[in-house]
Design a protein around this ligand. Structure first.
Ligand code: C2E
Ligand code: MG
Ligand code: MG
Length: 633
């Protein structure tokens, strides 16, 4: 009966090892430790079987051999128990600290094994019941139980550090083991411990160590969490890794592509895994990250992917006119991750590459070199300077007066943000607004600007100079926030601002979802009494449908359009058509970027309602703006 149980245990272990090796593994350190653990359990089981066989035939075998086999089995139990502790500790420290701690514990284990070998052992067998006893066995129990208790204590004490599934798996494993040991202690004829440890391995495998748990089932590659773990490990070990980053996010497919985005990712993953050392991960977005230790090999993969999958290739167009792959957004080759300090920086680089690609707005391939790292670092520095300016209240609002061609005086102004450096110099918004938008800080920044405008309106009574409202820019990112209207109304109430003193400038937003939230926000603010204008008309997409849909009362021609009007006859026609259309919709018009008298007169002739530009004034700091108004009154 007993030997059958051990054999069943061995079968379980063999199966687990088979499954373990038969699946793709990320190559994580914890996987390595699990392999050690399962191998040790297997070895212990083999010696369990051998010791039972040796005791059964002990009359025919030399005593020294029988005792030796039994002692090796006992030693393997102590080692397996120590391994349980090593397994629990895997999440707790960085690899070097871990190896140092494990080294110390191993030293103690060797001493314990020596004691097991040196103390007396006795064997009982009546043909049916057989077991070992004596000081050597007692010591084995003592050492094993202390390791088990230590593992459980560590699992509880360091529960905040240890992965939840590892805690649960270890607790199941140890409970099975202890339960079996207690039964075996009181019923020496039932040899359960070996089988229980095999069951414990099964619990570990199912709960945590199945390499499949690192896989993204849909795409057949490793998932994003495994990527972070693997990157952290590579940074810790200083393992060079070359990276290929492929993004299909944000690109627009159409009916000419036979494969959907997901199908294309699956196809690409299959292809990439054909390169023996390549590890393919799916990032959160529809993006793949491929890692490989050798940069030359990665360059080869990069060329091959470009040749075979880059969708613009004519060869990829099939007979029915369809192209195979869903279009790539872009592909980047990073020669070595160690050019960056850690996985946080790595993800920042990906974010930077995405943002840069979005700005370029075309499918592209990038070789990440020193210039890109430098630009990324600069971006990080700018982000930091915005954050510190927010914290230290170095955000300033400049005001650029806006002239009414009908009333022949200044009637409003646009609020334009600036950052005041600690040395007194100014950072213009063009430098930091795009970064603030990408990183989400714009929400806080925009709100701060709005508060400052409200404070200015409350304290400076600009109405007496004829300024009836201030135009404040809203970023597309802010418009995506569901609580934007609520927050802005709260701020206006706080500073007792009459809503018609505020005009919010919006720009075109790309996605339908964003547009819905924007419209909802606009509706609430308009109901409150705030007006809106459409900024930057004439650059980017400037979709006329968009103007029709938006409940704006003003439309602002971008400086580029204003100036093109005076350079180019075609631009003149376009602008005249837009003026006609806007006036037809009862929209008032602002021309930005008017720098000369000729431009001013040209815009007046076109019936433009308001003029904003350097001809009258650059954006001015608060006090200078008030002085300007006083002088021109
Ligand atoms: P915008 O909203 O279109 O603002 C007009 C920009 O044109 C301002 O640049 C202004 O100084 C400039 N400008 C106006 N007239 C002339 C002219 O005659 N000649 C020239 N060369 N430039 C002229 P600024 O202040 O550098 O702002 C750039 C952009 O930064 C703004 O364009 C706006 O998109 C953004 N921005 C500024 N402040 C904020 C803010 O508080 N929030 C948000 N979200 N964006 C802001
Ligand atoms: Mg504006
Ligand atoms: Mg503008």
């Amino acid at each position: 009966m007993n030997i059958q149980l051990q054999c069943c245990g061995l079968v379980i272990i063999a199966l687990l090892i088979f499954f373990f090796f038969n699946q793709r593994r990320v190559g994580l350190f914890s996987e390595h430790i699990f392999l050690q653990t399962i191998m040790l359990t297997g070895i212990s089981l083999i010696f369990d079987v051998l010791s039972i066989a040796a005791i059964t035939y002990m009359d025919a075998l030399p005593v020294l051999l029988v005792n030796g086999i039994c002692r090796v089995y006992l030693a393997s139990l102590v080692m397996a128990a120590a391994q349980a502790l090593f397994y629990v500790l895997v999440d707790m420290h960085d690899e070097r600290v871990y190896l140092r701690i494990v080294g110390h514990i191993r030293f103690a284990t060797v001493a314990q094994i020596l004691l097991v070998f040196l103390t007396p052992i006795s064997i009982y067998s009546d043909g049916v019941v057989m077991y070992t006893y004596g000081p050597s066995v007692l010591l084995t129990y003592l050492f094993a139980v202390s390791y088990v208790i230590a593992s459980l204590v560590c699992a509880v004490v360091f529960r905040h550090v240890i992965v939840r599934n590892r805690r649960i798996a270890v607790c199941i494993w140890m409970t099975l083991w202890m339960g079996a040991a207690v039964i075996q202690f009181f019923n020496s004829q039932i040899l359960l411990v070996g089988f229980a440890s095999a069951l414990g391995m099964m619990a570990l495998f199912l709960k945590l160590e199945n390499p499949e748990s690192n896989m993204d089932r849909q795409f057949g590659c490793f998932h994003a969490h495994a990527l972070t773990q693997y990157l952290d490990q590579c940074y810790e070990r200083k393992n060079p890794q070359s990276v290929l980053f492929i993004s299909l996010a944000g690109s627009k497919g159409n009916e000419t592509h036979s494969l959907s985005r997901s199908e294309s990712l699956v196809r690409l993953t299959e292809y990439l895994f054909r390169f023996p050392k390549a590890k393919v991960f799916k990032n959160n977005d529809p993006e793949l990250v491929v890692l490989l230790p050798n940069a030359d090999e990665m360059m080869n993969i990069y060329q091959r992917v470009k040749e075979e999958f880059w969708p613009e290739r004519k060869e990829n167009i099939r007979k029915d006119g369809k192209m195979g792959m869903y279009p790539f957004t872009f592909m980047a080759l990073i020669p070595d991750i160690l050019l960056l300090d850690n996985s946080d920086d790595f993800y920042q680089l990906l974010q930077y590459l995405r943002a840069e690609n979005r700005r370029k707005n075309s499918a592209d391939t990038v070789y990440v070199d020193g210039t890109i790292f430098a630009a990324m670092r600069q971006r990080g520095e700018i982000k930091e300077s915005v954050l510190s300016a927010l914290e230290e209240d170095r955000i300033e609002v400049f005001y650029q007066p806006i002239y009414s061609t009908k009333q022949k005086r200044f009637v409003s102004a646009e609020a334009l943000v600036r950052i005041r450096n600690t040395d007194g110099s100014i950072i213009p918004p063009g430098k930091f607004i795009p970064i603030a938008e990408e990183t989400g800080i714009i929400a806080q920044l925009g709100e701060r600007v709005f508060e400052k405008v409200c404070e200015f309106l409350q304290n400076s009574s600009v109405e007496k100079y004829g300024i009836s409202y201030i135009e404040v820019n809203l970023s597309v990112v802010q418009c995506e926030q569901k609580n934007l209207a609520e927050r802005y109304i709260t701020i206006m109430n706080q500073y007792k601002i009459r809503p018609w003193q505020i005009n919010l400038e919006i720009t075109e937003s790309a996605s339908v979802k964003t547009k819905e939230i924007l419209l909802e926000n606009m509706k609430r603010l308009i109901n409150h009494g705030v007006t809106f204008s459409l900024d930057d008309f004439g650059i980017g997409q400037s979709n006329l449908d968009y103007v029709i849909e938006m409940p704006v009362s003003l439309m602002k021609f971008d400086m580029n359009m204003t100036q093109a009007y005076f350079r180019d006859l075609k631009a003149q026609f376009v602008m005249q058509a837009a003026i006609h259309m806007a006036h037809g919709m009862d929209l008032l018009l602002v021309a930005e970027g008017v720098e000369t008298e000729e431009q001013l007169n040209g815009m007046k002739n076109e019936n433009i309602d308001f003029i904003q530009g350097y001809y009258f004034s650059k954006p001015l700091p608060q006090q200078e703006f008030l002085n300007f108004l006083e002088e021109s009154a």
